[in-house]
Design a protein around this ligand. Structure first.
Ligand code: AMP
Length: 175
């Protein structure tokens, strides 16, 4: 079995969560498995090893977990991207599409300095709306998106299409 197949064994499918028709990709078995968690962090880091990275952004909430150790690896800062109303200081916000309606993602306005190089990390790439909004937040602050790293990609939802022109890596793909 290849590394991706091995890692996939640590993802748990939860049908009809949080609502009917959705198969939730539960990463908690992977996070709780020492070798699988370490491998996840190392593979995302290895993919961008030739780049200099100033900030690693984690998307609330599960994205925080792999993003923080990736930031440590690059000796970069960690930046939380949060849902509306959670950040205490001045913010920039971007709308992203949900199945029904829109929601907001927010970042502190001083989280990235102009010219800084940013890596975006999240657990799952689905339709790509969340990740694309995060790219816009980085660029609004004058940062440069080096790439995006995901543990899981739901390729049938074509989220990569919203991230064209960016270096996107995912460790486990569902076609
Ligand atoms: P999207 O904007 O559609 O790419 O959705 C990505 C965000 O929603 C990520 O932050 C994921 O944590 C979450 N997400 C979407 N679909 C799933 C799923 N099937 N299982 C787990 N998380 C998901």
């Amino acid at each position: 079995m290849d590394a991706s197949g091995w890692l996939k064994e640590h993802i748990r499918d939860i049908p009809d969560f949080p609502k009917p028709g959705v198969v939730f990709k539960d990463i908690t078995p992977l996070l709780g498995h020492p070798a699988a968690f370490r491998h996840t962090v190392e593979r995302i880091g290895d993919h961008f090893a030739d780049h200099s990275i100033d900030k690693v952004l984690g998307i609330e909430a599960r994205g925080f977990i792999p993003a923080a150790p990736v930031a440590y690896r690059f000796a970069a800062g960690f930046v939380p991207v949060r849902k509306a109303g959670k950040l205490p200081w001045r913010i920039e916000s971007e709308e992203y599409a949900l199945e029904y309606g829109n929601d907001l993602l927010e970042i502190h306005c001083d989280a990235i300095n102009p010219g800084e190089r940013a890596l975006i990390v999240d657990d799952v790439l689905a339709t790509g709306g969340t990740a694309a909004a995060t790219v816009r937040l980085v660029e609004r602050l004058g940062g440069v998106v080096v790439g995006l790293g995901f543990i899981v990609e739901l390729a049938f939802l074509a989220g990569r299409g919203k991230l064209q022109g960016h270096d996107v890596v995912s460790l486990i793909t569902y076609d």
